[in-house]
Every structure is written in structure tokens, then in C-alpha cells.
Design a protein around this ligand. Structure first.
Ligand code: 5GP
Length: 206
């Protein structure tokens, strides 16, 4: 009888613990064109990774194929500034002439609900998030070599040469900071890289 009660209480404790467990914040960075978006899509389809993707605000113009509220919230500079002033952003950064920022409330809400939250952000934003939330897992996705990256950036670009050059220069600079991340994952094959990241998230949220 006593044993039964102990087992019941211990099960209930485990259940409540599971219910109240906060999710893990996962930061994924990598140079433009490394394939973060493709890796993310694979991760989002793995139910046990339990991932919520945080959609950023940006002042960058929409690219063909991108959708408002799915890829980004596309806003003008005034709206972006208002979000900074109102304290709505967990972090923000400038990248090749445009601003990008992470809405704070949604991230907190999803973590509280026990979801793991994915931020796909650049290196300066990562530093700001890690300063505020040191338990976040940081992952840098690397291209197998720089040539592969250059052809991807050029291949998908609808942007003019000067912007492409800026993105390439920025990619070289960013890749030197990969060592500041807890994990470096090489995107030699998208499925392999996504599985490696999935394993990291499962381990950290176990
Ligand atoms: P893209 O213009 O190629 O979509 O993004 C440019 C860079 O901005 C990428 O490295 C992307 O990960 C980063 N980025 C996207 N959203 C955010 C954000 O909310 N904050 C920061 N700091 N970087 C972001």
C-alpha cells in the first residue's frame, strides 16, 4: 500500500516536472548561403526535436519566394526602431545595410511552454543572446569550403554585384568567429548536418 503511494507520487512528480520543463534556446549561425534554411526545414519536420522557429523582423526587402510571417516580418526602418524603443527585441543587429531582430515575447512564451526555440541569427546577435541567456546552445554551420559557398551565394542571388561582394566579405569575417560557438557543424550534406544538429538538441533537452 505504502509502496503504491510512493510509486504514484513519483510518477506524478515526473509528470509535473515534464510539464514544467522549459525548452532549450538553440542559436544557429553560419555565413550567407551555407544552407541554414534547408537544414532548418529538415529539423522542423522531426517531431521529437520539438522545435519552434523564431521569425525575425527585418528591414531587408523581401526576396522572390519569401513570405511575410513565414520567412520574416518585413518592416520599414521606423517600425524596426519603434520595436527597439519599446523593448520588444531580445537582440538586434545590422547586417549588410539592413536591420534584423528577434521578437522577445514569443521566444519566452514558447520556452515556457516547453518548446525548443531556434534562432537563426548572425554573430553579433549571438553574442547579445548568450550574454542574456548563457544556457543557450550555439551552433555554427560551416560550408565544406569557401568555393562552394561563393557559388551558392551567386547562384541564388537576386542582388547586385556590390552586395554580393559585401556578403562574401562578411562570410569570410564571420567564419573566423566560428570558434566562439559551442558546436561547429559542417554542411557537407544537408541531411547529415541536420541529423547532427538534431542529436545535439535532443541531448541538451533530455
Ligand atoms: P538574410 O538577409 O540572408 O536572410 O540574413 C542575413 C543574416 O542575418 C543571416 O546571417 C541571418 O542568420 C541573420 N539574421 C536573420 N534574422 C536575424 C535576427 O533576428 N537577428 C540577427 N542578429 N541576425 C539575424
Amino acid at each position: 500500500m505504502k509502496e503504491g503511494l510512493i510509486i504514484f507520487l513519483s510518477c506524478e512528480y515526473n509528470f509535473l516536472n515534464l510539464m514544467s520543463k522549459r525548452g532549450v534556446l538553440v542559436i544557429l549561425s553560419g555565413p550567407s548561403g551555407v544552407g541554414k534554411g534547408t537544414v532548418r526545414k529538415i529539423l522542423m519536420e522531426l517531431p521529437d526535436v520539438n522545435l519552434f522557429y523564431s521569425i525575425s523582423l527585418t528591414t531587408r526587402p523581401k526576396r522572390p519566394g519569401e513570405e511575410e510571417g513565414r520567412d520574416y516580418y518585413f518592416v520599414d526602418k521606423e517600425t524596426f526602431q519603434k520595436n527597439i524603443d519599446d523593448g520588444n527585441l531580445l537582440e538586434y543587429a545590422e547586417f549588410v545595410g539592413n536591420y534584423y531582430g528577434t521578437p522577445k515575447d514569443k521566444v519566452e512564451e514558447m520556452l515556457d511552454e516547453g518548446k525548443n526555440v531556434l534562432l537563426e541569427i548572425e554573430v553579433n546577435g549571438t553574442k547579445k543572446v548568450l550574454a542574456k541567456m548563457p544556457d543557450a546552445v550555439s551552433i555554427y554551420l560551416m560550408p565544406p569550403n569557401f568555393g562552394a559557398l561563393e557559388s551558392r551565394i551567386r547562384g541564388r542571388s537576386t542582388e547586385e554585384e556590390a552586395i554580393i561582394q559585401k556578403r562574401l566579405a562578411k562570410a569570410r569575417m564571420e567564419m573566423e568567429l566560428a570558434g566562439d560557438y559551442e558546436y561547429n557543424v559542417i554542411n557537407d550534406d544537408v541531411n547529415r548536418a541536420a541529423n547532427e544538429i538534431a542529436r545535439i538538441i535532443r541531448e541538451r533537452s533530455a
